[in-house]
Design a protein around this ligand. Structure first.
Ligand code: XBP
Ligand code: MG
Length: 256
């Protein structure tokens, strides 16, 4: 029986990656590093989860001139500090909204006593900046547990964040449903045997989502003729009844 919904943040709750990219490029410019990332480059770099890990990978792989002679760890920390400040500015300017259907599903879950949790590789300040305008400054009381990039050392596709969330929810994998946008996120959730709904976006539409319980382009674009969704509950936007049907179908598939 569905007991909890676990949400990834970037790309799932909101289309944030284009703003992370803008913020990274702002930081590279402010430090006069002499390079920036294109959308195509960033799409590839997103294979590395975690902003600091992503920058570190880039510096070590491409050794850009502007970074030479600088202590890598210090430079990564400096870049990430400026980037996060810039990203939080986008959030406080109200530039980043929730994706369609996410707030409504969360509110329906809260009303029905279904627990909410977060499993992300982004920094807690970014989650706070995204949720405060939507659920108020005490938004965290609506979430049983938040697993984020500051608390969980190993990043997706490692399952550590999902193991942490499951343990704190005190629930079995068969009782929860995860929402992700990327292949790394799917691998992390499946590593914890959690049925996962994928909502693709411009940065992840081309990735391999084999093993997902459902793949769609948004919670308001649920494929209409999914055979496991009883006709009477099929609506274009995912609701709790459909989420339960998707979880039951996934559990049956896994013999759970
Ligand atoms: C996506 C990420 C994050 C963001 C950047 O997180 O990998 O690193 O790209 O945020 P999610 P930080 O698991 O929510 O999809 O710079 O704070 O890491
Ligand atoms: Mg994501």
């Amino acid at each position: 029986m569905l007991q909890a919904l676990i949400f990834d943040i970037d790309g799932t709750v909101a289309d944030t990656e284009k703003f992370h990219l803008l913020a990274f490029n702002h930081a590279f410019g402010e430090l006069n590093l002499g390079f920036d990332w294109s959308i195509q480059e960033y799409r590839k770099l997103l294979e590395i989860c975690g902003g600091k890990e992503r920058v570190c990978h880039y510096l070590k792989t491409y050794c850009p001139k502007g970074a030479q002679g600088r202590d890598c760890r210090e430079l990564v920390a400096e870049i990430h500090k400026i980037k996060t400040r810039e990203y939080l500015r986008f959030l406080s300017d109200g530039k980043i909204e929730f994706r369609a259907g996410v707030k409504e599903l969360m509110e329906e879950a809260i009303k029905s006593g279904i627990h909410l949790a977060i499993a992300t590789t982004t920094s807690f300040v970014n989650i706070d900046g995204l949720f405060k305008p939507v659920f108020g400054r005490n938004w965290q009381r609506l979430f049983r547990i938040v697993g984020d990039g500051d608390t969980i050392e190993s990043k997706k596709p490692d399952s550590a964040v999902y193991e942490y969330v499951l343990k704190n929810l005190r629930l079995k994998p068969s009782e929860v449903l995860a929402f992700e946008d990327s292949q790394n996120g799917l691998i992390a959730a499946l590593g914890s045997k959690i049925a996962t709904i994928i909502t693709r976006n411009d940065f992840t539409f081309f990735q391999d989502f084999d093993g997902a319980a459902l793949v769609c382009d948004g919670l308001d674009k649920i494929p209409k003729y999914r055979r496991f969704l009883p006709r009477e509950i099929r609506t274009p936007t995912l609701n709790l009844k459909m989420a339960q049907a998707i979880l039951s179908h996934a559990n049956t598939q896994k013999g759970m």
